[in-house]
Design a protein around this ligand. Structure first.
Ligand SMILES: Nc1ncnc2c1ncn2[C@@H]1O[C@H](COP(=O)(O)OP(=O)(O)O)[C@@H](O)[C@H]1O
Ligand code: SF4
Ligand SMILES: [Mg+2]
Length: 322
């Protein structure tokens, strides 16, 4: 029988999100394609400002007012949900099939509402559930993330950072979605708490058969959770590799640079940082957007943009070296 676990449940094609600003148009997500398999984790990594949160927001369709361009294809179980209007998206997709833990969400919990009510709220609003029943569900969601159900009566200021992060994960899980987008879910936490949350995410992935899009600027963090790694640079995905291939043998010069800048605790090796800064997305460099920082840059790199190519090992890459 066919293994259902390798099935694609979410994919994007040429997904694009530009913002209008006084300085010009910000090309935050520029024709991005990706695939997420059932029960797997797609890690999206890249420096701050590369467009990771914008990509998440484009998939989850939480858009600011200053959108200049929003287009492409997002297939959920084979159906293009970009064609849904907002109401259909809200009814069929958001929170139920795909949910999201927003970057910094733990710091935007409402200080005057109890934890239980904040978890129950979407059930009352989106499902028309009675308050009592919704609170019962909230208590269950708390248990799922390892918090005693009595915490439904507490308030955010009574909780540690790790607890708050568990709460926002519980919120994302309350309508039992299949796919969870996690945008830097541990970046505000100390190392120990970070490790605890990563363990929680691993456990939930297995127990609830979740598929994750895990977004981080921290490559060291992804290694345990990722099945596939997609590297984002200046609004583009420049390499997508299976995690085991990626960590052993990154192909794109930017991926190599990123991996080399991860501090290796056990090695005495000098850390190499990538020289220069990520570009301004209002006027990104011509050709390959990485060329001003790339140690391998050639003439063609400045002029022509490399296309996405599939190479050996199932890696997809945009680089003239391949
Ligand atoms: N609403 C917005 N309007 C204009 N520019 C934005 C908006 N949101 C994000 N940006 C810009 O888009 C680029 C990508 O940002 P973001 O998606 O937050 O990247 P990352 O999550 O990788 O740090 C940045 O240059 C950022 O300043
Ligand atoms: S296309 Fe050229 S500049 Fe871009 S990463 Fe490859 S070698 Fe470097
Ligand atoms: Mg971000």
């Amino acid at each position: 029988m066919m293994q259902v676990t390798s099935e694609e449940i979410l994919s994007g094609k040429d997904l694009t999100l530009y913002y209008r600003t006084r300085r010009g148009i910000v090309k935050a997500v520029d024709q991005i394609s990706f695939k997420l398999k059932q029960g797997k984790t797609l890690a999206i990594v890249g420096e701050s400002g590369s467009g990771k949160s914008s990509l998440a927001n484009a998939i989850y369709r939480i858009l600011p007012k200053n959108v200049e361009k929003y287009e492409g294809e997002v297939l959920l179980d084979g159906v293009d949900i970009m064609k849904y209007d907002e109401e259909e998206y809200r009814k069929k997709v958001r929170w139920k099939k795909i949910s999201m833990v927003f970057q910094g969400a733990m710091n935007s919990l409402n200080p005057v509402l109890s934890i239980g009510f904040q978890i129950a709220e979407p059930l009352i609003i989106h499902q028309g559930m009675q308050k009592d029943e919704a609170l019962k569900k909230a208590a269950e969601a708390l248990k799922t993330v390892g918090i005693h159900p009595s915490y439904i009566n507490r308030y955010p200021h009574q909780l540690s950072g790790g607890m708050k992060q568990r709460i926002v994960i519980a919120m994302a899980l309350v309508l039992t979605p299949h796919i969870v987008i996690l945008d830097e879910p541990t970046s505000a936490l100390d190392v120990i708490t970070q490790a605890n949350i990563m363990n929680l995410l691993k456990r939930l992935k297995k127990e609830l058969k979740l598929s994750y899009i895990f977004i981080t600027h921290d490559l060291a963090l992804t290694s345990e959770l990722a099945d596939t790694v997609a590297v984002m640079y200046a609004g583009k995905i420049v390499e997508t590799s299976s995690a085991d291939v990626f960590y052993r043998n990154p192909k794109h010069p930017y991926s190599k640079g990123l991996l080399e800048s991860v501090p290796a605790l056990k090695q005495k090796k000098k850390i190499n940082f990538i020289p220069g800064e990520p570009p301004d997305l209002v006027s990104p460099p011509s050709g390959c957007r990485f060329h001003p920082r790339c140690p391998y840059a050639m003439e063609i790199c400045k002029k022509e943009e490399p296309e996405n190519k599939e190479i050996e090992g199932g890696t997809t890459i945009s680089c003239w070296l391949y």
